[in-house]
Write a protein that binds this ligand. Structure first.
Ligand SMILES: O=C(c1ccccc1)c1ccc(O)c(O)c1[N+](=O)[O-]
Ligand SMILES: [Mg+2]
Length: 214
């Protein structure tokens, strides 16, 4: 039976990237997406914005929503200090399988825990299952209609502290209008928009960085 796009992406990484070299894994995926098949990784342009925010925050606890194939997981994990607690959630079990292999190819498997399940189910379990009290940095890159319910869930579960940083991908394309309206109008967040483009295209997109004020 025909392979899936994530499986073809994994093969490209295993063929073209050097084991233990995160930069080569990132480059191999970007090359695959530019020259073979488009895929919904955050990409190199928005990936650089992600890198700069992660570096600025230098978080001790990190949560990613929407692992997909692990591209942004590798981008984040390669920048973290030793001992950082990094969890990434993925709903699709086939994506979990591919992501774990891509993360392992980069040599970063000890830096991150890939958890299969829905964010709505798993976010309330963060404290009991992983001993997390609050997240310093959260990257939202999963189903766009989950951004708003999940940020409210973070508040309800007490998973944000004064200064927690949330970075959301695709706030323009495909778009997360209700999330944008919420974080931009809530007195509990200080928000800033980073203009960019939909990965590997010239379509307008961007990322929204929101700091929880407590
Ligand atoms: O939703 C899509 C999508 C919608 C329609 C067709 C293909 C992808 C998408 C597009 C770009 C992204 O960066 C992204 O994170 C997603 N996503 O699914 O989370
Ligand atoms: Mg995205």
């Amino acid at each position: 039976t025909r392979s899936t796009r994530p499986q073809r992406m994994l093969k490209a990484v295993q063929k073209n990237a050097t084991k233990g070299n995160p930069e080569s894994v990132i480059s191999a995926i970007d090359y695959f997406c530019k020259h073979s098949e488009w895929a919904m990784n955050v990409g190199d342009e928005k990936g650089s914005i992600l890198d700069s925010v992660v570096t600025e925050v230098n978080p001790s606890t990190v949560l990613e929503l929407g692992t997909y194939c692990g591209y942004s997981t590798v981008r984040i994990a390669r920048l973290l200090s030793p001992g950082t607690k990094f969890i990434t959630l993925e709903f699709n079990p086939a994506n979990v399988t591919v992501a774990r292999q891509i993360i392992a190819h980069a040599g970063l498997q000890d830096k991150v825990t890939v958890v299969e399940g829905s964010s709505g189910d798993l976010i309330p379990q963060m404290k009991e299952r992983f001993g997390i009290t609050t997240f310093d940095f959260i990257f939202l890159d999963h189903w766009k209609d989950r951004y708003l319910p999940d940020i409210k869930l973070f508040e309800e579960c007490g998973l944000l502290r004064k200064g927690s940083v949330l970075l959301a991908d695709n706030v323009i394309c495909p778009g997360a209008p209700e999330y944008l309206e919420y974080v931009r109008n809530s007195p509990r967040y200080e928000s800033r928009y980073y203009p960019a483009h939909l990965e590997y295209t010239t379509l307008e997109d961007g990322m929204e960085k929101s700091v929880f004020l407590g």
